[in-house]
Structures are given as C-alpha cells and as structure tokens.
Ligand binder design. Structure first.
Ligand code: SAM
Ligand code: SF4
Ligand code: F3S
Length: 467
C-alpha cells in the first residue's frame, strides 16, 4: 500500500501556537475565563484526541465545564463505527440548537471520524445550522485557526477533505487522569476489514517515530503515571513505515527500560500480525501488563474470510495457545460481531464454540451495523434484526457464565493492583490483567499499587481487601 508520509512541520505548528496566543489574548480581555465543553464518543484514540483538544483550549484560556448552557465553546468528537453511535451524536447535536438559542455567541464544533464520512459535512451544513465548525481527524491540529476565525466573526467552517492522514507532534494535552495515560503510537489502518469504516475515516497506517514515543513515555513516567496504554488500530504494524527497523515488540522493550513503577498496556492487536516475538517480549518485560486484547470477530472460517480478516479459526486458537504458553496467567479479551451479512445459524454456533474453547476473560460483543461505502454494507443479508438479537443474547449469556466462573477462581488469591479511582465509598483498582477490583480503603491510595486478597466476585468485578 503506497502512502506518502506527511509530518506536520515545526513552522505549521508554530503558526497554530501563534494563533493560540491570539485567542488567549482575546479571552484575557473577558471579565471571566470563558468555558469549554468537550464531549467524546468512540474509542481510546478519540479520547486521546479529545485530550489534545482540551490541551489546546486550555492554552487558549478556556476552563472546562460540563454545563452545555454555560459553555462558550462546545466540541463534539464523534465516532462512526456503528450506526447507533452516530444516531446518539446527531440526537445530541440537534438538542444543542436550544443552548445556541439561549447563548447566541456559543461556538459549536463537530470533529472526529463521523465528520470524515462522505456526505456528512453537507448533511451538517444543511440540517444543523447552529453548528459553526466541522473538521475531520486529519485537521485536528488546525483547531486554533478554526476557533480564531469564528471569534473574529468568520463564516462557518467545513474542513473534511479526503486525506491519508498526517503525524503531528508537540500539541499540548490535558489528560483526563493523573494515574492512567493514553499514548498513541500509530494512527490509521490499512486492513480494510469488510465491515469497518475506520480505514476510510482515519487514513493509512503511520507510526510515530520511536524517539517521540519514548520521549512522551519518559515524561509520563516522570510525572508519576502508573498505567500507560499504547494505542493504535493495529499496534503490531508499528514501525513498518519507518526506516529505523524498530517494531512494536522493540518499542515495548524500550519503554520497559524507562525507570519508574508503571504498567505498559496496549491495544489493539490484530491476530494476523501478533505472534511469538510479541508474547516473548511481554513475558520478559516486567512492566508489561498480563493482558492482551485480541479481537477474533467470528469463529467461522467462511465469515472470517468474508470479513477480510486474513486468519482462520485454527490460526486464532493456535495464537491463544502460544500466548498462554509464554504467560500462563495472561488475561485475554476480545471483540466479536454477531450477524455479519449471511452468517448462518451454524456459523454463529462456531462463534459460540470458539468462546467456549478459549474462555475469554471478557468479550466486547457487537451486532453488525452496515456502514455506507464498506463492502459488507452491500452483501446480501437475509437474517432479521430479531434473529441477530437472539444470537447476541445467547452469546452474552455464555460469556457472562464464563466471566463469572473465571472471576470466581480468583477468590482466595492475592494480587498486586493499581488503585485508580473511587465509586462512592469504594475504591476501584485493576489487576495487571485489567480485571476490576472493588475494595475499601482511603482515597489517598488512588494512584498507588497495593497488594490485595480477593474475597468475592461476580460476572463483572472482583472484591478484595488490602493486605
Ligand atoms: N482495530 C481494532 C481491531 O481490528 O480489532 C478495533 C477497531 S473497532 C474501533 C472496534 C470493534 O468494533 C471491532 O473490533 C469490531 O468488533 C467492531 N466493529 C467495527 N465495525 C463494525 C460494524 N460495522 N458493525 C459492528 N461492529 C463493528
Ligand atoms: Fe477496522 Fe479491521 Fe482496521 Fe480494526 S483492523 S480498525 S476492525 S479495518
Ligand atoms: Fe469510532 Fe473512529 Fe474510534 S470510528 S471507534 S472513534 S477510530
């Protein structure tokens, strides 16, 4: 796949920094600091992008709010992966006509994957006239320019030209958590699974340079982050577009060498590209969490081939065996789609049998959602929504049973967990495998590793006591 690497230059970024200062000057003349609201849909990549948007807003003099009537600027970072996510976005954007009416100076911006879909920008232009700015993921770094143009009374902005995408370094980031951090290592996807819109809206695979990733990881470790998740749609392709020969396993090993007490996680691994080197690296890197998210999507070879996944059921089962041979305690989670066009009852049963065989610790289950422009959207699909829903319910029931059994097996064991938050009176923590543990303790423990004894469990969580 040919792709010309586009890096946003220092000059281009310096210009955006100047524009940020100009917005900050305008805002400094206000009686009070203006407010901004950023609402995020979709995956961790979008969460990471929203942290950049907040970072830019903060630099431009905005404080954050969750009150949409109080906000001077609203940014909605959208997801296109399933129709349901899109309808939620459109419903919420429609409702913002009220806030705009109550506060006519409010600047409403839409960005993210959904805006990059063909025809979407026109739809917003014509039907959501209260929206002032629309931009796709490739234009994120130009947000200061768009905002300044609005503050100076400019026309509505629509910046969603098709692009293979770029790599941008050096944008400010305001992170959501002081304990866990997202660290994107690559962007885009080349896989074109036949159901998936991501390659069309996020562009081609491109990796950040290892030195940039390492510099950010060092900074996170120095700032005291305890859990760093490396992000990419297919992290196992990391580095294939770079000249220095560093692959994803090498990158993990180098991050593992950074001093500090922190865990390294990553997502997502594509089964066709994961293998021995990744598992042996995970096993020997003491900071690497004992967890791999390895989406299988279907247990039927016919469906896998129609999905363009490029591995078989047998390949997948072999891979799981290999991962467990290196790390017997590794937690394996996965994604699966029910009701892919033409999936028969027998083919669905093969998905159930794969779930029985692997015994995933947790599963993210989706009903197929046709995405315009993808090959699967025009495949014949004789099964009804009700039939698919019944299959979905059976799958969820099976996985709930497996999760409950796997969680029960933790009772009586001890684990080192990272305390990462609180829910009312209870602290929440995660095991190295990413399992949720609820425990009693003082909130000053948030951000620390603790040893706990697991005393109880259910389908979704473990319960523990500090040792
Ligand atoms: N890149 C990752 C991978 O290949 O596993 C995940 C990408 S996607 C954001 C997350 C999950 O959404 C996929 O693993 C798939 O199960 C699901 N998904 C993607 N497109 C879908 C569609 N059209 N309908 C239903 N589920 C979909
Ligand atoms: Fe979508 Fe497949 Fe790429 Fe994942 S690997 S983002 S499912 S096309
Ligand atoms: Fe959605 Fe875009 Fe992520 S489509 S799942 S936000 S890459």
């Amino acid at each position: 796949m040919s792709y010309k690497r586009i890096e946003i230059t220092d000059e281009q970024l310096a210009r955006q920094r100047d524009l940020m200062e100009r917005v900050a000057d305008i805002n400094a003349r206000q009686a009070a600091r203006p407010l901004a609201l950023v609402d995020t849909y979709g995956c961790q990549q979008n969460e990471a992008d929203s942290e950049k948007i907040r970072g830019m807003l903060n630099t431009m003099g905005y404080d954050m709010t969750s009150d949409e009537y109080a906000a001077d600027v609203i940014v909605i970072n959208t997801c296109a992966v399933r129709e349901h996510a899109e309808q939620r976005v459109l419903g919420n954007v429609g409702a913002l006509s009220h806030t705009k009416r109550a506060k006519p100076s409010q600047i409403i911006c839409l960005c993210g994957c959904m805006m990059q879909e063909e025809g979407m920008a026109d739809r917003i232009k014509n039907s959501y006239r209260h929206v002032r700015v629309v931009f796709g993921p490739h234009e994120l770094w130009r947000f200061p320019e768009f905002l300044l143009r609005q503050l100076e009374g400019g026309k509505r902005i629509f910046e969603t030209s098709p692009s293979d995408g770029c790599v941008t370094e050096g944008l400010p980031s305001q992170r959501d958590s002081a304990v866990k951090a997202w660290l994107p290592v690559m962007y885009g996807c080349n896989n074109f699974c036949s159901y998936c819109i991501v390659p069309y809206v996020r562009g081609r695979e491109r990796s950040r340079r290892a030195e940039d990733v390492l510099a950010e990881a060092r900074e996170l470790a120095r700032a005291g982050y305890r859990d760093i998740t490396l992000l990419g749609q297919n992290v196992n392709s990391y580095g294939k577009d770079l000249p220095d020969g560093v692959d994803f396993s090498d990158l993990i090993a180098r991050i593992n060498d950074i001093p500090g007490d922190f865990l390294i996680r990553f997502m997502t691994s594509h089964p066709k590209d994961a293998g021995e080197k990744l598992f042996s690296t995970m096993a020997k890197c003491e900071k690497c969490a004992r967890h791999i998210h390895l989406p299988f999507q279907s247990g039927s070879n016919r469906v896998l081939s129609a999905m363009n996944r490029r591995y078989t059921r047998e390949d997948y089962l072999e891979l799981v065996k290999k991962a467990r041979s290196y790390m017997p305690d590794v937690v394996i989670t996965s994604d699966v789609i029910v009701g892919f066009p033409g999936e028969t009852e027998e083919e669905f049963e093969e998905t159930l049998s794969l779930v029985e065989e692997v015994r995933f610790d947790a599963l993210f289950t989706f009903i197929f959602s046709p995405r315009a422009g993808t090959p699967a959207a025009s495949m014949p699909d004789p099964y009804t929504r009700e039939q698919k829903q019944r299959r979905f319910d059976r799958l969820v029931e099976l996985q709930n049973r497996v999760s409950e059994e796997k969680h029960r097996a933790y009772i009586g064991s001890t684990a080192r967990v990272l305390v990462d938050g609180e829910e009312g009176e209870v602290l929440t923590a995660r095991t190295s495998g990413g399992r949720l543990v609820r425990l009693k303790g003082d909130r000053s423990l948030i951000g620390t590793f603790q040893n706990v004894r697991i005393t109880d469990s259910n389908t979704w969580a473990l319960y523990g006591e500090l040792i």
